[in-house]
Write a protein that binds this ligand. Structure first.
Ligand SMILES: CC(C)(COP(=O)(O)OP(=O)(O)OC[C@H]1O[C@@H](n2cnc3c(N)ncnc32)[C@H](O)[C@@H]1OP(=O)(O)O)[C@@H](O)C(=O)NCCC(=O)NCCS
Length: 236
């Protein structure tokens, strides 16, 4: 309780993220033309795409085009004006980096967006915080329950408390809960920037106020998918 007469400390306010989903399709369900020109990726992105087999390459390219279009629309600038500025905790940051936390620069300055991207079963989920307060980061993740049916998932992916929370579930309900917890973990790990360098079975996500489960069908996603968004608190 606050000391009588002391000014009340305001709770840090969590910025509200903008979310967008893109259905499966050649270009991620986006209008990937700007002024009649296709949205073009940069050399580091194209090099990563070239190293992939045709199927994964199309999925990768669709996601990157969708992300660039999303960011450009949020700032109302041409997508071609951006330079990629991805950030990896191990490798650093810059236009030559093709992996890590997504970001762009506009005429040399960081764009005022905290961004995140996830792909699952051809769908893409994009998230952004516009004009994020200093240090605020975000993560989104999308999980298709049909991909959660393998034996050993709970042992590799869940903490003891999470396994206990799933005890007694079976069939579709079990897969949906696994997908929900997995989406929460990856959204968190993208928010922190750690990715899976943190072992998922050491990260308990049952109760974390920074993480929100998307409602079924939110952002236009398929009703059976599970998705989560995590936004770091200001001042933390
Ligand atoms: C990020 C991660 C948890 C999600 O992976 P996933 O479920 O396979 O894939 P998703 O589609 O949900 O997310 C992929 C997106 O996550 C984002 N991402 C990757 N690493 C990230 C990081 N460290 N922080 C925040 N976001 C990250 C990227 O936008 C990536 O999209 P891209 O493929 O266009 O680059 C996992 O890929 C991971 O841990 N990667 C990093 C591993 C690492 O650190 N490797 C060492 C590199 S030197």
């Amino acid at each position: 309780m606050a000391r009588p007469g002391a000014p009340e400390m305001a709770e840090p306010v969590a910025p509200v993220p903008v979310l967008r989903s893109c259905p499966p399709g050649l270009l991620g369900g986006q209008d990937t033309t700007a002024g009649g020109q296709p949205v073009v990726l940069e050399p580091a992105e194209l090099a990563r795409a070239d190293a992939l087999a045709p199927g994964p390459r199309a999925v990768f390219v669709a996601g990157r085009r969708a992300l660039r279009t999303f960011a450009a629309e949020l700032l109302d600038v041409p997508a071609s004006d951006f330079t990629t500025h991805f950030r990896c905790p191990r490798c650093g940051a810059g236009p030559e980096l093709s992996h890590g936390r997504p970001g762009y620069r506009l005429r040399g300055e960081p764009v005022p967006l905290a961004l995140s991207l996830s792909r699952s079963s051809g769908w893409i989920l994009l998230g952004a915080v516009v004009d994020p307060p200093a240090g605020v980061t975000m993560g989104v993740d999308l999980a298709d329950p049909s991909g959660m049916a393998f034996e050993g998932f709970d042992g590799v992916a869940l903490t003891a408390a999470e396994r206990a929370a799933l005890a007694g579930l079976a069939g579709p309900q079990l897969l949906q809960e696994r997908a929900r917890l997995w989406a929460r973990k990856e959204a968190w790990l993208k928010m922190t920037g750690d990715g899976l360098t943190t072992a998922p079975d050491t990260l308990d996500v049952l109760y974390r106020p920074e993480i929100r489960d998307l409602a079924a069908g939110e952002a236009g996603l398929p009703l059976n998918f599970r998705a989560a968004v995590a936004v770091s608190r200001t001042g933390s």
